[in-house]
Design a protein around this ligand. Structure first.
Ligand code: FES
Ligand code: FES
Length: 168
């Protein structure tokens, strides 16, 4: 018999109550139980960052946590970063500066960029490269990703956009 645990998680502002196996990873919970497939799985071993989401406003790799560890928490995925139909300034940056090719790394890269800009609203190029080193991209060579984050930083400072979870 499979033992299950009940968890209550708020994901992108919507509360969910689910029965999950204790071994279920958060990334599998998001993708397979909640059908939020914007969060990608690249390695499942904490190497690539494709699975990055926000847990109570902080970026985490969702393949390194069990779903039960998110019990009582707020999770934000790429689907919840901007209101329906809109783009967050970071998403705009990736669009405007061509910060993606195949797009596989992009959701995780954007969520990690969110954390970066929350911690450092005006990062240097070196800081951007350093802070995103836990997110791997096989396509772009990273140049345009750096430009995308710089674009987002300028936009967010100009408009004083508040990132998700600000003030928590
Ligand atoms: S899938 Fe989580 S770090 Fe690669
Ligand atoms: S755009 Fe293809 S892996 Fe980054």
């Amino acid at each position: 018999m499979t033992v299950k645990s009940e968890i209550t998680v708020t994901v992108n502002g919507q509360p969910y109550r689910s029965q999950v196996e204790p071994r279920l990873l958060l990334v599998h919970y998001l993708r397979e139980v909640l059908d939020l497939t914007g969060t990608h799985i690249g390695c499942n071993t904490s190497q690539c960052g494709a699975c990055t989401v926000l847990l109570d406003g902080e970026a985490v790799k969702a393949c390194t946590l069990f779903a039960v560890q998110a019990d009582g928490c707020e999770v934000t995925t790429i689907e919840g970063l901007a209101p329906e139909g809109g783009l967050h300034p970071i998403q705009e940056g990736f669009w405007e500066k061509h910060g993606l090719q195949c797009g596989f790394c992009t959701p995780g890269m954007i969520m990690a960029s969110y954390q970066l800009l929350k911690d450092r609203p005006n990062p240097s190029e070196e800081e951007i490269r350093h802070e995103l080193k836990g997110n791997l991209c096989r396509c772009t060579g990273y140049e345009n990703i750096v430009r995308a984050v710089q674009y987002a930083a300028e936009r967010m400072q100009a408009s004083a956009s508040q990132p998700v979870g600000a003030g928590e």
